[in-house]
Design a protein around this ligand. Structure first.
Ligand code: MTE
Ligand code: MO
Length: 220
């Protein structure tokens, strides 16, 4: 390296130290580490192994304006910011494979908050047995509340140690383990407690099974 480049490198280094001390990088929360590719002996796929075929293409959600609503059959509707969700709830990690009906799958390390923890403050009413998830692109899907509870389903904010990129669902994607990929809603904006077990989301109302169980055909 010649001297001029060395000086430049030192100047950039100093600038980075000042910026990180001043908190300018806190916007990169929760984590922006290098992607992990294996974890506790398991080989993981990559966040680049997905095929992007969302109904309206990638959505770009701004963390500063983001609100997650908990609504429907609840004692008190509640709205959370991105920071509220990450700061006030423990995060859990799981290695789970997502299978799309189009024939691809990816196994990743997911980190996120439990859906049931997010419902606690709002308080689901006794007749609420279904959760309808709404997304920024108008997509919806639903699951039974018992399934979400019994499997400790999480809304992931991190995949393979990297904050979800916009096209992967930033800020949150539902990790709907044991269900086909169309239940893994991205860009989640609201969780609605409902008593309508027959509710059909975007793909479900177009002929895909409402149970969405991986061990069954995805056609109704
Ligand atoms: N909001 C939203 N979530 C969505 C979708 C979508 O179109 N919009 N597509 C679903 C489907 S069919 C799959 S397989 C998974 C993963 O899709 P991806 O590879 O496009 O991320 O996201 C699911 N979640
Ligand atoms: Mo899919």
């Amino acid at each position: 390296m010649n001297e001029r480049w060395k000086d430049l490198a030192v100047a950039i280094g100093a600038l980075l130290v000042i910026l990180s001390a001043s908190g300018a990088f806190t916007a990169l929360r929760p984590r922006d580490y290098v992607e992990v590719k294996d974890y506790q002996g398991e080989n993981l796929g990559s966040i680049n192994d997905f095929r992007e075929n969302s109904i309206k293409g990638p959505q770009f959600v701004n963390a500063e304006d983001y609100i997650l609503e908990i609504k429907g059959l609840v004692q008190t509707p509640v709205s959370y910011t991105y920071d509220d969700i990450l700061e006030d709830n423990p995060s859990y990690e799981k290695i789970v494979t997502i299978y799309c009906v189009e024939g691809w799958d990816v196994t990743l390390l997911w980190v996120g908050v439990r859906v049931m923890d997010l419902l606690e403050e709002a308080g689901a009413l006794p007749m609420g047995d279904t959760l309808i998830f709404h997304a920024y692109d108008g997509y919806t899907t639903s699951l039974s509340l018992d399934f979400v509870k019994d499997n400790n389903l999480i809304l992931a904010h991190t995949m393979n140690n990297v904050t979800l990129p916009p096209e992967r669902g930033f800020p949150f994607q539902l990790v709907a383990e044991e269900k086909w990929g169309y239940k893994w809603i991205k860009w989640v904006t609201a969780i609605e407690v409902s008593s309508n077990e027959e509710y059909e989301g975007f793909w479900e109302s177009r002929g895909y099974s409402n149970d969405g169980d991986l061990d069954q055909s995805f056609f109704d």
